[in-house]
Design a binder for this molecule. Structure first.
Ligand code: FAD
Length: 443
């Protein structure tokens, strides 16, 4: 019996339900990845991370006696071609929620039926399957996080699956060459792969006890930075959540709660797949301004609000940004500058290694007040936030070298410095708010 495992964003061998079930049921297994050029064009950073993750997966599969078979082109057509070539009886893949993933699965179903191949989809992209916990009543998904989190934490999670020991490829199948390693755009981006992801997690787990206290401290940089590894499935979200739960304590609990936020947005996206282009809460989607000049200043980290500029520059340098900075940068664009959230989504999506339809758009909509926030009119005061979460200005000075000479928290409001000092800084004055509400600029 021969079967194909189509890897998509589950680029690991440990706790991979699609791979484990296939290896348990078939003698010969084709671990397959299909490069879809259309997807890789969206982000040079993610293309590079993906490439590294695949190279790592290939090495691991080789250690197990197999290999990673790669093809380039339309994922459905290429998968069917490989399956027919090896006379596969089945194809397995991880279920996913984006429009792209659903279309892929639908088209695969149709083609598999035509060629009498069994298609099975498996969990593994989230801790708890989207749709597995339901609010009851007429709604098919949770619109609010707190009740979702309660049901999520109390639900029965699936058991982790064993890692296959040996994998046997069918004879005579061309493995295919990996494309050249893409360059990426961010010089300080993390390296992709299951090996790197597991290493990062095991080192970080020793510090999980501090997570509750330090996860908002931008300078301390003590969050896990696992998001790109979770994005590509280099680590299993369930295994990560179980390991954290085993540690116990307030830090672990706070961390596991963040994984529930991730699952929360998957179940929202599952119910509302247009999340990256259409407002979830229509009433919130009002009269956005289109202001290319403001947008460009924001993209380039030149808004004149230091904490925001630091975040935007961290994004470019690392392909990652601290969560608190993501909130403040997104809030400045939407709530202070009044610019539509959609160009913000796209800019983040280009740079983020963890860039992902559900979490990027879900969080953007939350911040813009069009999403799943019970207080859509909330406003962040970026200066108060900066003083609270970067009290000594260390985060700002790390990413905005023009302000390196300004000591302490004065760095958060350079417009208050004496004229002669300010003129020597080569740093812009803050962009004006679209409404007369930039209270943080007033004396
Ligand atoms: P940790 O604090 O260590 O948290 C552990 C994990 O929990 C993260 O890796 C992530 O998978 C999950 N998580 C944490 N916070 C959130 C959250 N608010 N929503 C959903 N999941 C969360 N996260 C993405 O994975 N992809 C995105 O494209 C993305 N875009 C965002 C855009 C905006 C405007 C905002 C405000 C947040 C966005 N986030 C996104 C959520 C969050 O900022 C990142 O997941 C987090 O900063 C990743 O760092 P970490 O791995 O160190 O997180």
């Amino acid at each position: 019996k021969t079967a194909v495992v189509l890897f998509t964003r589950d680029l690991r061998v440990r706790d991979n339900p699609a791979l484990a079930a296939t290896c348990a049921n078939a003698e010969r297994v084709v671990p397959l990845f299909v490069f879809d050029p259309k997807l890789q064009e969206l982000s040079a950073n993610r293309a590079k991370f993906l490439h590294e993750a695949l190279a790592d997966l290939r090495d691991t599969l080789r250690d197990k006696g197999a290999d990673l078979v790669v093809r380039r082109g339309d994922p459905v057509a290429e998968t069917i071609k490989v399956a027919r070539e090896v006379h596969a009886e089945g194809i397995a893949l991880a279920a996913d929620v984006s429009n792209y993933a659903r279309r892929r699965q639908r088209d695969l179903e149709r083609e598999c039926e035509k060629h009498r191949i069994a298609l099975r989809s498996f969990p593994g992209v989230t801790v708890v399957d989207p749709g597995a916990v339901q609010p009851g009543g007429s709604s098919d998904h949770y619109k609010v996080f707190t009740p979702y989190h309660r049901s999520w934490a109390a639900s029965k999670w699936r058991d982790e699956v064993a890692t296959p020991r040996r994998i046997t490829l069918p004879d005579g199948l061309a493995v295919g060459r990996m494309p050249a390693q893409p360059k990426g755009e961010s010089p300080d981006a993390a390296t992709g792969g299951e090996t790197a992801g597991r290493r990062r997690f095991s080192t970080w787990l020793d510090h999980i006890g501090q997570y509750d206290d330090l996860h908002d401290d931008m300078a301390a940089d003590r969050t896990s930075r696992l998001s790109p590894y979770l994005r590509f499935g280099c680590v299993s979200p369930l295994a990560v959540a179980n390991a954290a739960r085993d540690k116990g304590g307030a830090g672990a609990e706070a961390f596991v709660r963040q994984l529930a936020w991730r699952d929360f947005y998957y179940q929202v996206t599952n119910a509302f797949p247009a999340i990256s282009t259409r407002a979830y809460r229509k009433s919130g989607d009002h009269d956005w301004r289109s202001d290319d000049d403001a947008l460009q200043h924001w993209q380039n980290g030149l808004t004149g609000v230091p904490v925001v500029d630091a975040g935007m520059r961290q994004l470019r340098a690392e392909g990652w940004m601290h969560n608190r900075a993501r909130l403040l940068t997104a809030a400045l664009l939407t709530k202070h500058l009044g610019v539509d959230w959609r160009p913000g989504v796209q800019w983040f999506f280009r740079w983020l290694l963890d860039g992902d339809v559900a979490n990027n758009s879900g969080n953007w909509q939350w911040t813009a007040g069009t999403g799943n926030d019970t207080r859509p009119y909330r406003r962040f005061n970026p200066i108060r936030q900066a003083e609270r979460y970067d009290p000594d200005g260390v985060y700002v000075r790390r990413y905005v070298p023009e302000l390196a000479s300004v000591e302490g928290k004065a760095v958060h409001q350079p417009w208050r410095l004496p004229d002669d000092v300010r003129r020597g800084l080569d740093y812009p004055a803050p962009l004006e708010s679209h409404r007369d509400e930039a209270v943080w600029l007033r004396p």
